[in-house]
Design a protein around this ligand. Structure first.
Ligand code: NAD
Ligand code: IPM
Ligand code: MN
Length: 356
């Protein structure tokens, strides 16, 4: 028997609703196997902050780090809530986890599944993955303001790009492309961001020389948004920085039929720290508590988590059950838990062919 220590961070808003369904599916796919997930529940997020004033304590971080893997729902309150003005949940919790656990690869796959109501009328075979850098760029908090609150205020937010940080994520992206359709697109804005862009371009050229089988392409980020809508099938692996990757992956979710379908992994490829899997979406305060959230992104994040643990059969079974469910989605009024139940029970039912 193999016991895997799983840290669960349901978070705020729809986070707990979708994590409930993801855990349901995880339990269904592991039922009767010799794999056991030992789950620890961490109450973190805006709700915890409003109750205790804590965002993420050192003890929380140490306890989470002692797990093999993390599943997170979503954290964050209603944008603009004055009670959260100084809390900085996103930076103090989510980004602190990604940075402390060295999640330098933020892996965000997009597939347009058969039968899905994509807003794109015609799109061909869409199956790409965004390799978003996860620990650098404009997210590092290297900023400040002077003359705050005056007409002369100057606010800076410096994007930090290190050769070490860019090289390792670019190398991961090339390896991913090499194992897929062997096409890599660097997305940046080298025409304006000449220093950061120049570093990314140089390292893509250098690392690319060791992956001669991979075709390399470059797009400015603004043009990339055009092609994600007009010709998303052209993409295989996109490698890009933290902020561009954030923006492109919400767009990718939308074209794939909705942000409620978009899964992600915050990966520490070195295995030094636990990797963390979460839907791309946030806490969706506008629909929270109403059982309206699509739990598919959280469930597909479980599939990515299983893949990461090399539980490939279980991952494939989850993904197949999701794809089958999506293909037959005609009832748009299903609740969050009805979708989770349908996918979990499809996994629980032994395939007829196995008994014949
Ligand atoms: P959001 O992703 O929460 O919501 C954007 C829109 O998508 C909303 O209309 C929402 O109802 C819809 N949506 C999101 N998930 C859905 C789902 N599973 N099913 C159906 N519809 C879904 O983005 P936002 O409104 O910009 O952010 C809300 C809060 O979440 C903020 O505090 C933000 O900082 C936080 N956030 C957290 C994470 C995270 O924890 N990883 C990610 C993004 C945003
Ligand atoms: C995401 C979110 C986060 C990000 C925020 C909440 C810090 O938008 O996971 O995509 O920008 O990375
Ligand atoms: Mn985002």
């Amino acid at each position: 028997a193999r016991t895997i220590k799983l840290a669960l961070i349901p978070g705020d808003g729809i986070g707990p609703e979708v994590v409930t369904e993801a855990v349901k599916v995880l339990d269904a796919v592991t039922a009767g196997s010799d794999i056991e997930f030992a789950k620890t529940h961490f109450s973190l997020g805006a709700t915890r902050y409003l109750e205790t004033g804590d965002v993420l304590t050192d003890d929380d971080l140490a306890a989470i780090s002692a797990h093999d893997v993390i599943l997170l729902g979503a954290v964050g309150g209603v944008p603009g809530d004055p009670r959260l003005a100084n809390a900085n949940i996103e930076r103090g919790l989510l980004l602190k986890l990604r940075f402390s656990l060295d999640h330098y690869v933020n892996l965000r796959p997009t597939t347009i599944y058969p039968g899905v109501p994509s807003p794109l009328a015609s799109h061909g075979d869409v199956d790409f993955v965004v390799v978003r850098e996860g620990t650098e760029g404009p997210y590092v908090g290297n900023g400040g303001a002077i003359r705050g609150g005056t007409p002369h205020e100057i606010a800076n937010e410096v994007s930090v790009n290190t050769a070490f940080g860019v090289e390792r994520v670019v190398r991961f992206a090339f390896a991913a492309a090499s194992a897929r359709r062997k096409k890599l697109t660097l997305v940046h804005k080298t025409n304006v961001l000449t220093f950061a862009g120049g570093l990314w371009k140089r390292l893509v050229d250098e690392v690319g020389a060791t992956f001669p089988e991979v075709d390399v392409d470059y797009l400015h980020v603004d043009a990339a948004t055009i092609f994600l809508v007009t010709d998303p099938a052209r993409f295989d692996v996109i490698v890009t920085d933290n902020l561009f990757g954030d923006i492109l992956t919400d767009l990718a979710g939308a074209i794939s039929g909705g942000i409620g379908l978009a899964a992600s992994g915050n990966i520490n490829p070195d295995g030094t720290y636990p990797s963390m899997f979460e839907p791309v979406h946030g806490s969706a305060p506008d629909i929270a508590g109403q059982q309206k959230a699509d739990p598919t992104a959280a469930i597909l994040s479980v599939a990515m988590l299983l893949d990461h643990l090399q539980l490939t059969d279980a991952a494939t079974r989850v993904r197949d059950a999701v794809v089958a469910d999506i293909a037959t989605r005609t009832d748009s009024s299903r609740t969050t838990s009805q979708i989770g139940d349908a996918i979990a029970s499809a996994l629980a039912a032994p395939a007829l062919t196995q008994t014949l």
